[in-house]
Design a protein around this ligand. Structure first.
Ligand SMILES: *Cc1c(COP(=O)(O)O)cnc(C)c1O
Length: 396
């Protein structure tokens, strides 16, 4: 398909149409190609396919027609030249960081990270001789101060899980360029709808497609995006040879998830904004963080770099952990779950789940207090969600 030859289409159109490959049956909906491999017309064609001279698929560890449609669609949405799908979001983050580094290199990362992202940076990379420094990502001077001659990568999440802390991506990208480091941004919380890190100067974007891209709590998936050169130079062979491939079935579910991403995320964001404003007025809520509010610590950056705020809310209720547990246990529509971005509203206590393995001091430095609750707002009616939260706050 000559995708490059046609005029640029809008985000919503690419969500539904981008990257579609139709088989000889001209099916309307994307086909699910459950095949591990492909057959060749001749030994010569097979040789050319392996040489990369004959376009087409080889083996599902490399890609597959359904996975390829997902990769093409998400690349168009992100404005990236290339994308590689992975089995999970963590496979995407790990492959991006490992692909960019070798023993003796150094990584600087914002400390406010999803638990597993932080473990990869802080525990796994050092086991292979890649040192890391964790900093307050909102402090631009700290990025600069952490740089060493062997710094190869800057890594951040914005907004961060679960604190919704926001980092000035363009400013960090500028520092990365100056010092010759690659900037990798985990864009899960922002979603492809609300933030475009590549346009802000990042070299690589990763997603857990498990979250808003599926959006209906079914499949795991991840994706790595960047320029053709970035993907070819740093992740292409690592992914092929180590094999964290996305299954064609998951790619098919995620393609169908993308079709409705904009309407789901817009609606969930609108409901989250309404609930955040309402929660902020409650005497039981001691702290409320929502990227759409004027009182967010980085409101000015958010206005510059994001097209919309978030489907997530972070709040602290009175009474620390006990207060948070009373609140969670009294919820009826919001269910207790560590997932996010789902059509169903979910709530979690990060200090005892996603961030449980960190010491209380480290958690405090990351902004994950004992009273912190993360709400992932779904597609239910806002009034029902408000009533649910009101009843739970009454129980605190
Ligand atoms: C969930 C999540 C991940 C990991 O994704 P999986 O698909 O669960 O592996 C990475 N980063 C962030 C910010 C996440 O929320």
């Amino acid at each position: 398909m000559a995708q490059q030859d046609r005029p640029a289409r809008h985000f919503e159109t690419e969500l539904v149409q981008g990257g579609t490959l139709r088989s000889q049956f001209s099916e309307t909906s994307e086909a699910l190609f459950l095949t591990q491999g492909h057959v060749y017309e001749s030994a010569e064609q097979c040789e050319r396919r392996f040489l990369g001279e004959d376009p087409g698929f080889i083996y599902a560890r490399f890609s597959n027609p359904t996975v390829g449609m997902f990769e093409r669609r998400i690349a168009l949405l992100e404005g990236a030249e290339a994308a590689r799908a992975t089995a999970t979001g963590m496979a995407a983050v790990t492959a991006a960081l490992m692909g960019l580094t070798r023993a003796g290199d150094h990584v600087v990362a914002a400390q406010a990270l999803f638990g597993s992202c932080r473990y990869v940076v802080e525990e796994h990379l050092p086991r292979f001789g890649v040192e890391s420094t964790l900093i307050d990502g909102t402090n631009l001077a700290a990025w600069r101060a952490a740089v060493r001659p062997n710094t190869k990568v800057f890594f951040l999440e914005s907004p961060a899980n679960p604190t919704l802390e926001v980092i000035d991506i363009a400013a960090v990208a500028k520092i990365a360029k100056e010092v010759g480091a690659f900037l990798v941004v985990d864009n899960v919380f922002a979603t492809p709808l609300w933030q475009k890190p590549l346009a802000l100067g990042a070299d690589c974007v990763t997603y857990s497609a498990t979250k808003h891209i599926d959006g209906q709590g079914r499949c795991l998936g991840g994706v790595i995006l960047g320029s053709e050169k970035f993907i070819n130079d740093h992740v292409h062979t690592l992914l092929r040879q180590t094999g964290p491939a996305m299954s064609p079935f998951n790619a098919w579910v995620l393609l169908k998830g993308l079709e409705t991403l904009a309407i789901r995320v817009e609606r969930q964001t609108r409901t989250a904004a309404t609930l955040a404003d309402w929660l902020a007025e409650s005497a039981k809520v001691t702290k409320l963080i929502f990227p759409g509010r004027k009182d967010h610590p980085q409101a000015e950056i958010i206005a510059r770099q994001m097209g919309g705020p978030s489907t997530l809310i972070a709040l602290e209720v009175q009474g620390g952990k006990a207060g948070a547990f009373h609140f969670l246990n009294a919820l009826k529509i919001f269910r207790i779950s560590n997932n996010l971005g789902d059509a169903k509203s979910l709530a979690v206590h990060p200090a005892t789940t996603t961030h449980q393995r960190f010491s209380p001091e480290v958690r405090a430095a990351m902004g994950v207090g004992d009273g912190l609750v993360r709400l992932s707002v779904g597609l239910e009616h806002p009034e029902d969600l408000k009533a649910d939260l009101a009843a739970a706050l009454a129980a605190v």
